[in-house]
Write a protein that binds this ligand. Structure first.
Ligand SMILES: [Zn+2]
Length: 141
């Protein structure tokens, strides 16, 4: 349950509106969530709403940059039959990299983006990356 920080009321209306942003000369619109306290008439953005808003902004920027979306990264990983941990062992980026990419918590580098695309296109690249990593994968050997 969402509470108003100011008056502790739980009479909160959740709402959202489209806001216009500009990034690299491209305009984009993001649905921004916010809360309204019906008791003290205060408008505020809760912590979880801030996180959701930031994810949407990040996803839009990725799209403008031509980077894979969070869902596309997940789809590639699943096509390769990799857990998030194994994907991080093969592609790098740190232990929790894929969990963060797939929740849109961080944006992958351009290098990581290209590597993922190439790996999906060419099974030889995937095989070589598995060979170079220290994981045991069913397609190894
Ligand atoms: Zn209030």
């Amino acid at each position: 349950m969402c509470l108003c920080n100011k008056c502790q009321s739980n009479n909160i209306t959740l709402s959202s509106e489209l806001e216009e942003y500009t990034y690299k000369n491209s305009k984009y619109y993001v649905e921004i969530e916010y809360s309204f306290c019906n008791t003290c008439n205060r408008e505020f953005i809760s912590k979880s709403q801030i996180l959701n808003n930031e994810k949407r902004v990040r996803d839009s920027k990725k799209q403008i940059d031509g980077l894979l979306s969070a869902n596309e990264i997940k789809a590639i990983r699943e096509k390769l039959h990799l857990s998030q941990t194994d994907a991080a062992s093969i592609f790098g980026g740190g232990k929790n990299a894929f969990s963060k990419y797939e929740r849109s918590e961080v944006t992958q580098s351009m290098a990581m983006d290209k590597l993922l695309r190439l790996t999906l296109e060419d099974s030889y690249i995937f095989k070589r990356l598995v060979d170079l990593s220290d994981i045991q994968h069913e397609s190894k050997g």
